[in-house]
Design a protein around this ligand. Structure first.
Ligand code: NAD
Ligand code: IPM
Ligand code: MN
Length: 357
């Protein structure tokens, strides 16, 4: 198979981690007899520096021309004072919207080898952690209008709008039920229906979609409780479906209970066009350029890409197995380091995984 992949390394640690993920993808392709055709596109801060725009038209075109997109991360202190619609993050939101990527799958899985790096008590994680967060990605307060600032009663006032229409909820709910059908058939919908009208509509629509999936056990949970339950007893969850903002927050939490945010991959999918594969973490400016970043979330995002974009399950599994072997052998980047293990940098971690494909 020939795979056309658009690379968007972005900012901060983005280029370092994408380089390692590409090395692993090249190794998988060589081993399984595939070819990869890469294109490169600018997004985020590097795009602002080069063109003044966090999401140049050429970037959107390059993504649309590819079979799949691999993103590092965007953002950093250099661009933090720019107005909201010219920030690096706007580029990421823009490409998600432009590609119609309404669903973000964030699988939080604890590798048994990292049980010690996990912050939860051993008795809580003894059966592992395996939660799939399905985050809605193109709606909610991230995209709702109006947004702005104005003087109200003599005080500067800022506002964002949280909004979902029923169709947006229906399609993410269906995708989450489908995901649950392939797993333990348990779906927890997370909202704030005790306070927000948006959440009350969300809950109604999820209930309605549930009728199409009689085999799936559906529960509802308020987001504050869900944040607490996730650390108290993560095993109670199989699939979580939630809106854009709650999903952003809960998935960082889900990541750290699996050892580190540097471990959690994601797939952003939509209605058929190219998907975008990215680690859930950011550009980590505090460690950028120091060869300290954990590339495993990005490498595991390549596995998700192989599985979802190309149905190459053996190839995806080969990557996941290689990651597990490297962890078994005791290699750790700083974020998952523990006593008695071997501390390695981003490059070495990538090489070790590639060698084990
Ligand atoms: P962050 O995820 O970049 O970093 C949070 C902490 O986790 C930092 O201490 C960082 O060093 C650590 N960390 C993150 N990824 C790591 C990795 N792979 N290996 C080891 N440690 C890692 O979040 P932040 O500091 O809140 O945000 C920094 C910038 O990234 C901001 O500009 C933010 O907007 C942006 N951001 C981008 C994305 C994205 O591109 N998808 C996601 C989140 C944040
Ligand atoms: C993420 C990030 C983004 C988000 C930001 C950088 C726009 O936090 O991918 O999780 O909030 O979606
Ligand atoms: Mn986030």
């Amino acid at each position: 198979m020939n795979m056309k992949i658009c690379l968007m390394p972005g900012d901060g640690i983005g280029p370092e981690i994408v380089e390692q993920a590409v090395a692993v993808l090249d190794k998988v392709a060589a081993k399984f007899g595939h070819t990869v055709e890469y294109s490169n596109a600018l997004i985020g801060g590097v795009a602002i520096d080069a063109t003044g725009n966090p999401l140049p038209d050429e970037t959107v075109a390059a993504c649309k021309a590819a079979d799949a997109v691999l993103l590092g991360a965007v953002g950093g202190p250099k661009w933090d004072t720019l107005p909201g619609d010219r920030r690096p993050e706007k580029g990421l939101l823009g490409i998600r919207k432009a590609l119609g990527l309404f669903a973000n799958l964030r699988p939080a899985k604890l590798f048994p080898e990292l049980a010690q790096a996990c912050f939860l008590r051993p008795d809580i994680v003894k059966d592992g952690i395996d939660v799939m967060v399905v985050r809605e990605l193109t709606g909610c307060i991230y995209f709702g209008q109006p947004v702005g600032r104005e003087m109200r009663d003599g005080k500067m006032t800022a506002f964002n709008t949280m909004v979902y229409d029923e169709e947006e909820v229906r399609r993410i709910a269906r995708l989450a039920f489908d995901a649950a059908m392939k797993r333990e058939k348990r779906l927890c919908s997370v909202d704030k229906a005790n306070v927000l009208e948006v959440s009350r509509l969300w809950r109604e629509v999820v209930e309605e979609v549930a009728k199409e999936y009689p085999e799936v056990e559906l529960t509802h949970m308020y987001v504050d409780n869900a944040a607490m339950q996730l650390v108290r007893n993560p095993n109670q969850f199989d699939v979580i479906v939630t809106g854009n903002l709650f999903g952003d927050i809960l998935s960082d939490e889900a990541a750290v209970i699996t050892g580190s945010i540097g471990m959690l991959p994601s797939a952003s999918l939509g209605a058929g066009g190219p998907g975008l594969y990215e680690p859930i973490h950011g550009s980590a400016p505090d460690i950028a350029g120091q060869n300290k970043a954990n590339p495993l979330a990005t490498i595991l995002s390549v596995a998700m890409m192989l599985r979802y974009a190309f149905s190459l399950n053996d190839e995806a599994q080969a990557i996941e197995n290689a990651v597990q072997r490297v962890l078994q052998e005791g290699y750790r980047t700083g974020d998952i380091m523990e006593e008695g293990k071997s501390l390695v940098g981003c490059n070495t971690m990538g090489n070790l995984v590639a060698e084990r494909i």
